[in-house]
Design a protein around this ligand. Structure first.
Ligand code: ATP
Length: 260
């Protein structure tokens, strides 16, 4: 596990299941304050289940979840959000019949400081200018990429310390995916927001995150800094689609690394 002394989130031996199906089996991980951590894994590995267990949507059968040193295992999801931990689910789940602006205000509904809320609204419009243009339109009319921008922005409006981000690249073009990840990095650097990112797009995740865990069949099988994970042959072959870690693959890899 990451030797994160200043971990904001800690999972210890967490096991979660759907009836007889064990989705995660003894997962332990730490997310360091101010960093972007990622969980990589193929379809069905258990990534979404980890996030749902953290945010209280699923009660784990075993193990514990600590946020800012406090045991939040199985706590009411609404209380977990109020404590500063926000989950942006796979599929965005924006309020389709509310305007973009009202979606953003929903994200800030527990906050009393109107000036700070207005400042945060201006900042999310700065991150995603298209949302300012569409502020009065129904969120259901936005494209998939714009809905992803709105979902991340709505989470930011709650001024969370930690955002759980589930597959933000799902269904988006490579260009839009890159734009969204660049803004996630900006939010992390400028606001100090910590992220736990779940992604099937390993190439992208390993370039934006600081620390990574590899999940297979509900178990963490590898973990390291993303810099070191990117150099591992197993990762290159199975997650980055580089069948030969030979000269050609190396050249391709170096070229990809320059996007950031
Ligand atoms: P994906 O990238 O496809 O979302 P994932 O890594 O997020 O995959 P999970 O969605 O956490 O994986 O699923 C882990 C396991 O739990 C899979 O075997 C999946 O079929 C099973 N599972 C997930 N949700 C349910 C559910 N509601 N009922 C029963 N089984 C489920």
């Amino acid at each position: 596990m990451s030797d994160a002394g200043d971990a904001v989130l800690t999972l210890t031996n967490v096991e979660s299941a759907y009836g007889p199906i064990k989705a995660i089996r003894g997962v332990s991980l730490k997310v360091k304050k101010g960093e972007i951590s990622t969980v990589l894994g193929s379809n069905g590995a258990g990534k979404t289940t980890i996030l749902k267990t953290i945010s209280g949507i699923i009660d784990p059968r075993k193990g514990s979840v600590h946020f800012r040193g406090e045991d939040i295992t199985s706590r009411d999801p609404a209380l977990i959000v109020q404590n500063g931990l926000c989950h942006v689910p796979e599929g965005r789940e924006v309020f389709a019949l509310l305007s973009v602006k009202d979606n953003l205000l929903m994200g800030a509904y527990t906050r009393r400081d109107r000036d700070a809320v207005a400042r945060d609204m201006a900042q999310v419009f700065d991150y995603f200018p298209i949302l300012r243009e569409r502020a009065d339109q129904d969120a259901g009319l936005l494209s998939g990429g714009q809905q992803q921008m709105l979902a991340i922005s709505r989470a930011l409006m709650g001024a969370p310390e930690l955002i759980l981000l589930d597959e933000p690249s799902l269904g988006l073009s490579p260009k839009l995916t890159k734009t969204i990840f660049e803004i996630v990095v900006r939010i992390n650097r400028e606001r100090g927001t910590t992220f736990l990112l779940v992604e099937q797009n390993a190439n992208m995740a390993l370039h934006v995150a600081d620390y990574g865990y590899v999940l297979e069949n509900g178990r963490i099988v590898m973990e390291d800094t993303c810099e070191r994970l990117r150099e591992k042959d197993d990762i290159k072959e199975f997650y980055l689609g580089m069948k030969e870690a030979g000269a050609r693959g190396e050249r391709r890899w170096k070229k990809r690394k320059t996007w950031r």
